[in-house]
Design a binder for this molecule. Structure first.
Ligand SMILES: Cc1cc2nc3c(=O)[nH]c(=O)nc-3n(C[C@H](O)[C@H](O)[C@H](O)COP(=O)(O)O)c2cc1C
Length: 189
């Protein structure tokens, strides 16, 4: 294996999720760089089906209210659950809402556009980690709620692929053991 391939593997393998995130968030420039890495994801017919919204500061409170309203619309009445969901966006200084801006295309089904956006998110996670910050990709049961979509100003064709919580790390998480490919791959003929 070349040194370059080993180095790339080390960077990929070092990515891990962490939900314990604090100030400061990456700078606007760092975040733009991470998103730029996202935009290099494989993308059938170059549809660029992804959109990103940043949520920081008091906007996180507004996001919590939107999550709360989504639960109300679903018929929930549990005050404890409302409190929990309203606090969720405050778990990190920055949330990147990753959206599939799904387009109708004769050769590119929506499923491929979702996959492309997932690949973009992975690139973003890798770059965030490499810049020295932590992140976790979350969805939760109400990500698909029309109330949440409307609150973010999204259209009917948009799909929220995830909320990526981003911030500074406050602990070391050990790098994962290399995972053996045995059991995942076999030769077909
Ligand atoms: C589409 C998607 C949605 C996810 N949603 C959640 C979530 O809502 N809450 C959560 O704790 N983890 C969620 N995860 C898993 C974490 O992002 C993370 O990948 C997992 O905890 C494994 O940790 P690792 O990334 O360090 O391997 C989700 C992952 C993906 C790909």
């Amino acid at each position: 294996m070349t040194t370059k391939a080993e180095q790339l593997f080390e960077m990929i393998n070092a990515r891990n999720s962490d939900g314990l995130l604090s100030e400061p968030a990456p700078s606007d420039e760092e975040l733009a760089f991470a998103i730029q890495a996202g935009l290099t994801a494989p993308d059938h017919h170059r549809l660029q089906p992804w959109r990103f919204l940043t949520v920081k500061g008091d906007a996180r409170i507004k996001m919590g209210e939107a999550l709360h309203q989504a639960l109300v619309a679903r018929g929930e009445t549990d005050e404890e659950l409302f409190r929990k969901v309203r606090a969720q966006p405050l778990r990190a200084p920055l949330i990147l809402v990753c959206v599939v801006h799904a387009q109708e295309h004769p050769k590119v089904p929506v499923q491929e556009q979702i996959l492309s956006t997932g690949a973009a998110v992975q690139n973003i996670l890798l770059m965030i980690k490499t810049l020295g910050y932590g992140a976790i990709w979350r969805t939760g049961a109400i990500t698909g709620s029309p109330v949440v979509k409307e609150a973010f100003g999204l259209g009917e064709q948009d799909i929220i692929a995830g909320f990526v919580y981003i911030g500074s790390l406050s602990r070391e998480i050990p790098v994962r053991e290399r995972i053996s490919v045995d059991g995942f791959v076999k030769e077909w003929n």
